[in-house]
Write a protein that binds this ligand. Structure first.
Ligand code: NM2
Length: 552
């Protein structure tokens, strides 16, 4: 254990911030909840549009970067090969950024939209529009804009780490071209730990959704009662798995678990696709792609501004769904960005951007298209009334009962439960890994200290667990979503800092190239001159010799 490697101010500040948020919630649960809820209503009610604009802005910014000169820049040496093959890279990226929530929302999100449709559609009529949007909107919320948000911090961080060769990936380091020496002060530390708080809340949301899902599955399989003890046992079991994976490191642990995760996920998806309504799933998913492409701008900017005028009724859909989702992706983004940066050595910036957005969105499209449309099909054909189960018994039971409609039901529920555990673990192992990296001054051989990884693995789990027991987990989630608000501005700074640094480097490169071309040109002229001289010399010699012959 090398204590010198730890960046103690950041480490301690991060820990104190976490305790500073969690302890008051435990001591003053009611006052804390009221305060945080008010803040949340204020932020998402008044600044929801900023989240939407940020999402759209980030997406177009990255497309611009990918296809500009900056996109050609290689993260590493010019002739370096990617550290991980594309399949492993895409798999790790997906497993880190996506947790068990995709199994949760992928299966059930449509049922919420089916009852409370978007875009001002009248919810009292179960019309075609309601159904198509129910099948589509989830794909949008887990689509290209969301993945662009994950990618934005990755690009500057990877750039500074691999191209400018800074020894550590940190937000403050990445902002140095703008902030200069301020990066080393208290403000730099605040920027570095801010995202840890957001991550804790985002992870708390993930755990709060994932644990009941896993317990419902286990209850269904074993007949055990869904109690707090069972939930705690499950959480500790999951923690043990991801702590081990983070402890073993990037290649031995995280990559292996992520490969396993993908194999299991592909099996589940293929099974549902083949044994379920294959044609319906294919058609509904294709239809959704068209709907999203047609309405991309409308969906990404829909703010319901005219609700409450002229008797239109406000649905609250944009705040409760799109803005909430963007905020949730946003609080995860610095961590996923750091992780993407870490695994992208040897790729070009364009490959990172296009790969993250395309593979990420495609992966989510498969989950939502296959699992969501399977549930929707059960509802529409009357084979199973998912909506009633959802309303009467809650989402986790509704989800497990959808899986129960598959052939070999119990076996598939088992696969679903194992997959939920692994999906949770693959998100948490990478977050512990990253938390350990940012609380160090330097990482030896690219890997942070093992005890540091374990420390964060347990912290990430124990704090939400405490709140789950004592109440206040919901408040923490809301708090993190609000707490992530400043990230909108940090995103802007990250983009700016990257453009400044990379344009500067490109210009310097250009000058160097031009200089070398001029130098080369000078060299060539010199060579030609020498050759001419030589020729002239030989000609003169020849003339001299022939003259001599003549004279003889
Ligand atoms: N996001 C992708 O719970 C999870 O699956 C982790 C959630 C931000 C909605 C990420």
């Amino acid at each position: 254990m090398n204590r010198k490697l730890i960046d103690w101010p950041t480490f301690i500040a991060a820990f104190i911030i976490l305790l500073g948020v969690v302890v008051p919630l435990v001591i003053f649960p009611e006052a804390g909840t009221e305060f945080v809820n008010k803040l949340n209503t204020f932020v998402s009610g008044n600044f929801g549009f900023l989240y939407l604009l940020m999402g759209l802005g980030v997406f177009f910014f990255l497309i611009f970067v990918a296809f500009s000169q900056n996109g050609h820049v290689k993260l590493g040496e010019k002739d370096e090969k990617p550290e991980f093959g594309t399949a492993s890279w895409a798999g790790m990226l997906f497993s880190a950024g996506i947790g068990s929530s995709i199994l949760y929302w992928g299966t059930i999100e449509w049922a919420y939209y089916y009852q409370g449709p978007p875009l001002g559609i009248d919810p009292s009529k179960q019309q075609l529009e309601t159904i198509q949007w129910a099948s589509t909107y989830g794909i949008f919320h887990w689509g290209p804009i969301a993945w662009a948000m994950y990618c934005l911090p990755a690009v500057p961080m990877a750039y500074f780490f691999y191209v400018r060769k800074k020894p550590i990936i940190k937000v403050s380091e990445t902002l140095r071209p703008l902030l200069g020496g301020v990066s080393d002060t208290f403000i730099g530390k605040v920027v570095d730990v801010l995202f840890i708080f957001g991550l804790l809340g985002g992870a708390g949301t993930t755990l709060a959704l994932g644990t009941p899902l896993i317990t419902s599955g286990i209850t269904d399989l074993t007949g055990l009662e869904d109690t707090m003890v069972l939930r705690t046992a499950i959480l500790l079991g999951v923690t043990a798995i991801f702590a081990l994976s983070a402890y073993m490191g990037l290649n031995e642990g995280i990559k292996r678990l992520s490969d396993f995760n993908l194999i299991l996920a592909v099996f589940l998806l293929i099974f549902i696709f083949v044994t379920g309504p294959t044609l319906f799933i294919s058609e509904a998913t294709t239809n959704s792609i068209g709907l999203i492409l047609d309405n991309f701008f409308h969906m990404s900017t829909w703010t319901e501004p005219f609700a409450n005028f002229e008797g239109f009724k406000e649905t609250g859909f944009p705040e409760s769904w799109t803005v909430f989702y963007w905020a949730w992706w946003l609080v995860y983004a610095p961590f996923v960005g750091l992780f993407i940066a870490r695994i992208s050595r040897g790729r070009t910036i364009r490959q990172v951007i296009v790969g993250t957005i395309v593979y990420g969105s495609l992966g989510c499209l498969l989950f939502f298209g296959i699992m969501g449309n399977f549930g929707l099909y059960l509802q529409l054909t009357g084979a199973y009334d998912v909506v009633s189960v959802l309303n009467d018994q809650g989402a986790p039971i509704a989800i497990i009962s959808i899986i129960n409609q598959l052939p070999f039901a119990k076996f598939m529920v088992l696969i679903f439960v194992v997959l939920s555990v692994v999906f949770l673990a693959t998100t948490f192992d990478s977050s512990s890994y990253i938390l350990a990296s940012v609380t160090q001054k330097e990482v030896e051989d690219g890997e942070p200290e093992r005890w540091n990884r374990l420390f964060w693995a347990f912290t990430l789990c124990i704090l939400p667990l405490t709140l789950m027991f004592l109440g206040g987990l919901g408040t923490l989630q809301t708090a993190s979503i609000v707490g992530g608000f400043p990230l909108i501005f940090i995103f802007f700074l990250l983009a700016w800092s990257f453009m400044r640094a990379s344009n500067g480097d490109l210009k310097a490169d250009d000058k160097y190239r031009r200089k070398t071309i001029v130098l080369d040109y000078k060299k060539i002229r010199e060579k030609i001159r020498q050759r001419r001289m030589k020729k002239k010399g030989t000609r003169e010699q020849y003339n001299d010799e022939t003259n001599d012959e003549k004279n003889e």
